[in-house]
Structure formats: C-alpha cells, structure tokens
Design a protein around this ligand. Structure first.
Ligand code: ZN
Length: 222
C-alpha cells in the first residue's frame, strides 16, 4: 500500500514564510523515512489559488489576480529546490490542467448522490478567515483571528449535507477503519462530531469572487 503524505495547501496571498518551510521539511522527513523503510511513497504539495484572500491581497497590491497568484505560487514551488524537498508533485490549483477535471468529478459524484442543496444564507463573514461566524464566536463583535468586524453577507450558496454522514463518520473512527493519531486528537474529533455537525457551504457567488473561481459543473445556471 502506498504511504500518502501531503502538506496543507497554502493560500498564496503572500510569499512563503518560515512556518511553511518548517511544515515542508517535517513532511519531507516523513516521506524519506517511509521510503527508506522500503515503502512506496507519494508526497504531494501545492497551492490553494482560488481563495478570496488571494483576490483581496492582489487588489491591495494593485495587481491582476492571476499574475499575483502565479508569482506567489512560484515562490512556494521554488522551496522544493531551495530546501531540497523530495515531493513527488506540486499542484497549482488555478493553472495545473489536472486540477479542474478532478474537482468537477468530485462535485458531480456528490451532486448525483444528492449531497448538495441551495440555500440563501445571511451571516457574518470574515474575509480573512474565509468563513461565516455566529455572533457568539466573535469577541466584542470582532473576529478573534483578525481583530476586525466581519461583513454582513447574504448570498445563495450550495451546501453539502454533512449531517447526512454523521453516523458513518463516527463509525469509521470508532471502529478503527480510519485511524486518528494521537489519541487526544481522535477524542477531539469525536467530541466535535458529538457536539453536532452542520451542513456547510461549498460555493461562493462568482460576483463576490470577482470571477476568480471554478464554475460548479452541476450548476450551469449560476
Ligand atoms: Zn478572521
């Protein structure tokens, strides 16, 4: 069986910093360790190009989004040589031709199973975090992370029925079919599931994304 290891894929709203280097080297150590033990290893990394953060940062820099993303994305890819990383692949999600068909396949499979539905949603949205918050998650009305007030945003989005899978997710973890290490993290995940999972938004309107997005294949009218 292939040992598969991946880094997180960073937003490219800025150039990489030391924290990214640390993560890449740690992942590289794992990949090399398993190769030395004779295992077949696939070590993957890449960039998350379609984040709203990237659009905002490009605007602030007065640059075209695609050019801004390509420049910063390349700086991340360059760490491969600089740090002598042994990754097998590095995927830029906006420009790698393999990415879009894979996303469309995943979307279509979910859509065919009835996992998506549309809902108009009004909420407090932090562009820094790229997520909606409830009022009680804020501190004096401000995002904890960014220390600024979120925007009131109303939009019609596609939601994924995560609630439909609550029992199944719980079962694969408790049975050991999916192993989470260390055990404290496993318990945190189980406690999170027991606190009640929510369906979550998997789209954003083209207008808010300033056209910097992949159009969802099952939603040709949007
Ligand atoms: Zn925030």
């Amino acid at each position: 069986m292939t040992y598969y290891v991946t880094t997180a894929i960073p937003y490219v709203n800025a150039e990489p910093h030391l924290g990214h280097c640390l993560e890449y080297v740690q992942t590289d150590v794992l990949a090399r360790h398993h190769r030395l033990r004779g295992q077949d290893v696939r070590f993957l990394s890449g960039t998350d190009d379609h984040a709203m953060k990237n659009v905002t940062a490009a605007r602030e820099a007065g640059e075209d989004v695609a050019a801004f993303v390509a420049h910063n994305g390349q700086r991340f890819a360059d760490l491969g040589d600089l740090l002598e990383l042994s990754w097998d692949d590095f995927i830029h999600t906006s420009s790698d031709p393999r990415h879009r068909p894979a996303v469309e396949k995943a979307w279509t499979l979910c859509a065919e199973r009835g996992d998506f539905y549309q809902k108009s949603y009004t909420g407090l949205y932090c562009t820094g975090c790229e997520q909606f918050y409830t009022p009680d998650e804020l501190v004096h009305g401000l995002c904890r992370e960014h220390n600024r007030p979120p925007e009131h945003v109303t939009e019609n989005n596609w939601f994924f029925r995560l609630t439909r899978y609550t029992d199944r997710i719980r079962e694969v973890i408790t049975s050991g079919e999916v192993e989470i290490q260390p055990v404290q993290k496993r318990n945190e995940v189980l406690a999170f599931i027991d606190s009640g999972l929510q369906d979550f938004s998997v789209s954003r309107p083209m207008a808010r994304a300033a056209g910097w997005a992949s159009r969802s294949p099952a939603t040709a009218t949007r």
